[in-house]
Structures are given as structure tokens and as C-alpha cells.
Design a protein around this ligand. Structure first.
Ligand code: E4P
Length: 217
């Protein structure tokens, strides 16, 4: 399973990349706004740190204008994935870019039929938002189940990129279903390594080691 980080915080990305756990990055206009930085500058920096796909989202809503923005974004480097909304305009732009061999991440997916359309349009990634579904009382993971089943039925190669991840159980469930990628906020990625029994066990080992009076090397 691939881990992408869902942030525009370049320092966080650099720090996490050093763990070897970061296979890509996703950004969106809200994350750029939160960073308080210039969009193109941030994406350039991220694409220089992480060799894997870096999703950069268009802000136009019509196909022709989306494709113009995509031209600017894809010029940043071969690891840029153009992020497009799941609308008919976005799907048309997805088809055009995918036909040219450009990676497309279709975002804001909230239903399995939408995910089917994205696969038919040649998307490299589909981003179903699980946390936002949970927020309105629907179990977002059922959507991942359905998309996995449909893509496997027809052997679609579009990767399921689980988005809007809020906690480690989302990662666990996505892995059990066989999603290809999860994009996680840095805090959730860090939380995956935490366990109170690990902390307690380490403290006990250190205390007993100190009593031996020995050192290594
Ligand atoms: C995915 O690509 C989106 O950027 C992101 O996961 C949205 O998450 P949110 O629902 O926490 O804003």
C-alpha cells in the first residue's frame, strides 16, 4: 500500500520523506490557503523532495480552462498529477490529459458510479473522500469496498486513493479492503507508529538496562 501525505507544509513533507514512508503528496486549494504560500512555488518545492506523484489541483471549472491550468502545472515536472474535480468538465479534461499520458487524480468522489466514470475517463487515481462521508452519517469505507469490487470486476487500473482520512482506523480499513493508496495528514501518519505498550515496553527495557551498568561500544 502506498502512503501519500495530504499537506502543503513543505517542512513536514521533507521530515516525513526521510522516514521512507512517503510515496507521494496530495494538495488542494484549502491546504494551499492554510500554508499561506504561493501555490506554484510550493508545488515546485514538493515535487523536488518527493519523486512520487504530487497532486496539484486546477481551480478552473470549464474543460478548456482546466487544460490551460494543467499545462502550467505539468510543466513543473513529470511527477505532477493533475487533480481535477469529478464533474463532466473535469472528466472531459481527464480523458484529454490521460490520452496524452498525463497522470490525473480525479478528486471529490462521493459515489461508486462517479468512480466508474473516472476509470472510464482514464484517471490514474480516484480520490473518494471517506472522512467527509463519515461526517454526514454514512460509513465512508463502504464506498471504498464498492469501488474496489467494481474496479476488480472490470480490471480497471485506476488506483483507489483513499482521501479525507482522519485517523489510523481509516488506514487500517483501507488496507484491509485493498485500496492502492491512502493520503494522510502528517499527524495521522505519525500516529500510525504510536502504541502505549511500545512506550511502556521501551521504558521498562531502558530501566533494566541502566541497572546492568553496561554500555554498547
Ligand atoms: C484529498 O486529496 C484531499 O486533499 C483531502 O484528503 C481532503 O481531506 P479533508 O476532508 O480532511 O479536507
Amino acid at each position: 500500500m502506498k502512503f501519500f501525505v495530504d499537506t502543503a507544509d513543505v517542512a513536514e513533507i521533507a521530515d516525513l520523506a526521510a522516514t521512507g514512508m512517503v510515496n507521494g503528496v496530495t494538495t488542494n486549494p484549502s491546504l494551499i490557503q492554510k500554508s499561506g504560500r504561493n501555490f506554484l512555488e510550493v508545488v515546485r518545492e514538493i515535487a523536488g523532495i518527493v519523486p512520487g506523484p504530487v497532486s496539484a489541483e486546477v481551480v478552473a471549472t470549464e474543460t478548456a480552462a482546466m487544460l490551460k491550468e494543467a499545462d502550467v502545472l505539468r510543466a513543473i515536472g513529470p511527477n505532477i498529477a493533475i487533480k481535477l474535480p469529478l464533474t463532466w468538465d473535469g472528466l472531459k479534461a481527464c480523458k484529454a490529459l490521460s490520452d496524452e499520458g498525463v497522470m490525473v487524480n480525479v478528486t471529490l468522489c462521493f459515489s461508486a458510479p462517479q468512480a466508474l466514470l473516472a476509470a472510464k475517463a482514464g484517471a490514474a487515481f480516484i480520490s473518494p473522500f471517506v472522512g467527509r462521508h463519515d461526517d454526514v452519517g454514512f460509513d465512508g469505507m463502504r464506498l471504498i469496498d464498492d469501488i474496489r469490487l467494481i474496479y476488480d470486476n472490470y480490471d480497471y487500473r485506476t488506483e483507489i486513493l483513499v482521501a479525507s482520512v482522519r485517523h489510523p482506523v481509516h488506514v487500517l480499513e483501507a488496507a484491509k479492503i485493498g485500496a492502492d493508496v491512502v493520503t494522510v495528514p502528517p499527524a495521522v501518519l505519525r500516529a500510525l507508529a504510536n502504541h502505549p505498550l511500545t512506550d511502556r515496553g521501551l521504558a521498562a527495557f531502558m530501566a533494566d538496562w541502566a541497572k546492568t551498568g553496561q554500555s554498547i561500544g
